[in-house]
Design a protein around this ligand. Structure first.
Ligand code: GAL
Length: 399
């Protein structure tokens, strides 16, 4: 009876402290440090004798690129919540899309004695020197591969090439393209991400490789002539830059009545700018196919309103969950491989061929992206992460 009472008291303390720990906010350049939930979890674990809840106060260092792109706020929140719920202490930093700031953030996490680093790079090719000081701290590259350093133990992301393939396949299906039917042609323009983001090249290549045969056959025509990743790149995934680029393209190639049929955008923040440019600067009356990625709230509203036609959804709560399970194994002294997949709730693949970071292949766990259109928005509600607010979807988890 006494043990049960101790358990109830300890769990009550964990719940109350966890609630306190999750209320703190962080700006782009500060870090959060909650050590109460770890201690409470240890007490709970001692009283319950449940080893999995006790982490010996191990500390997780998380470095996110920015709060200015919607998805990273969710990544940071889900990672922090899930690691704290598992009894770890978490230090979370946001680098405001600044590579110097991110190097400082990581150096501070190392100085604070974190037991593992989880990093979503602003620019994957700028961290080698700082990570050289990480010693034997394990490092998980989160979502974006970190390049040219042998300190990276694992990579957790989505199948980034498949993101582009899904965008391209949506275009093929929606237009009903048949590579043998060259009696038709459609005009298409590409908006890619920044060359500093290792993912952006995979998104672009997945789409371009899938559409190449239709371009070669003259069925898809790029009036601007912008066919390379570099020509289509958008610095910092900026909505304004994407809008200005599309305004220039429309003025130069589509102001004489030429019809624009497709604006293939690699993600939602750029799609937002492209859709704005089409609304204000495109003279045609046809509905332009506009693609995106991430399921950002403003873009889901544009999908309801017909200003965007699809997005590629990546459940970043699942991405955080895979990262937690992987980190727990690493912190327990294991070196997981394909067998980790058996412990995951989300569908994922274990890949030891695709992601070479310049020092060799980084073992990767890749989750599965999927296409969202006006017709399956309800599937987002089923994730538990979105809910309806009238005709539009809003986050079900934002405080
Ligand atoms: C990529 C990420 C995508 C995309 C972009 C914006 O690296 O995988 O989700 O939206 O950054 O953060």
């Amino acid at each position: 009876m006494k043990k049960l009472l101790a358990l109830i008291m300890a769990m009550a303390m964990v719940l109350s402290l966890a609630a306190c720990g999750s209320s703190s906010s962080s700006s782009d350049t500060t870090t959060e440090d909650t050590d109460t939930s770890a201690a409470a979890a240890d007490d709970a674990a001692e009283s319950t004798g449940d080893a999995t809840a006790s982490t010996g106060g191990q500390k997780i260092g998380i470095s996110m690129p920015t709060k200015s792109l919607e998805r990273w706020n969710r990544d940071g929140t889900y990672l922090k919540e899930q690691f704290e719920a598992a009894g770890y202490e978490v230090e979370l930093a946001y680098a405001d899309n600044d590579t110097d700031q991110q190097n400082n953030d990581i150096a501070n996490l190392i100085a604070d004695g974190v037991d593992i680093l989880i990093i979503a790079a602003v620019d994957g090719d700028t961290l080698s020197q700082t990570l050289a000081d990480a010693g034997d701290i394990p490092v998980i590259a989160y979502d974006r591969l970190i390049m040219n350093t042998d300190t990276i133990d694992y990579y957790v992301s989505f199948d980034n090439y498949q993101v582009g393939v899904l965008q391209a396949q949506y275009v093929i299906d929606t237009l009903g393209l048949d590579v043998s039917d060259t009696s038709v042609s459609y005009n298409i323009e590409f908006t890619a991400g920044p060359t500093s983001d290792n993912n952006a090249g995979y998104f672009f290549n997945g789409a371009m490789d899938t559409l190449q045969e239709y371009i070669d056959a003259g069925i898809l025509v790029i009036q601007s002539g912008k066919t390379t990743f570099e020509q289509c790149a958008t610095n910092e995934w900026s909505t304004d830059t994407a809008m200005e680029n599309m305004q220039n393209t429309l003025a130069s190639y589509y102001s004489d009545g030429t019809q624009l049929d497709v604006a293939l955008c690699s993600n939602d923040s750029t799609a937002l700018g492209v859709a704005q440019a089409i609304s204000t600067d495109y003279a045609g009356s046809n509905e332009v196919i506009v693609t995106g990625q991430d399921g950002d709230i403003a873009n889901l509203a544009n999908i309801v309103d017909g200003l965007q036609t699809m997005t590629v959804y990546k459940n970043v709560s699942d991405e955080a969950g895979v990262t937690l399970v992987l980190a727990q194994e690493i912190l327990a002294g294991n070196s997981p491989a394909e067998e980790l997949l058996d412990s995951l709730d989300a569908e994922a693949a274990y890949d030891t061929e695709s992601y070479d970071n310049g020092t060799g292949i980084i073992p990767s766990y890749l989750l599965v992206p999927w296409t969202v259109t006006k017709d399956n928005l309800e599937d987002l509600v089923s994730t538990g992460l979105y809910e309806w607010d009238g005709d539009y979807l809003v986050s079900a988890t934002d405080e």
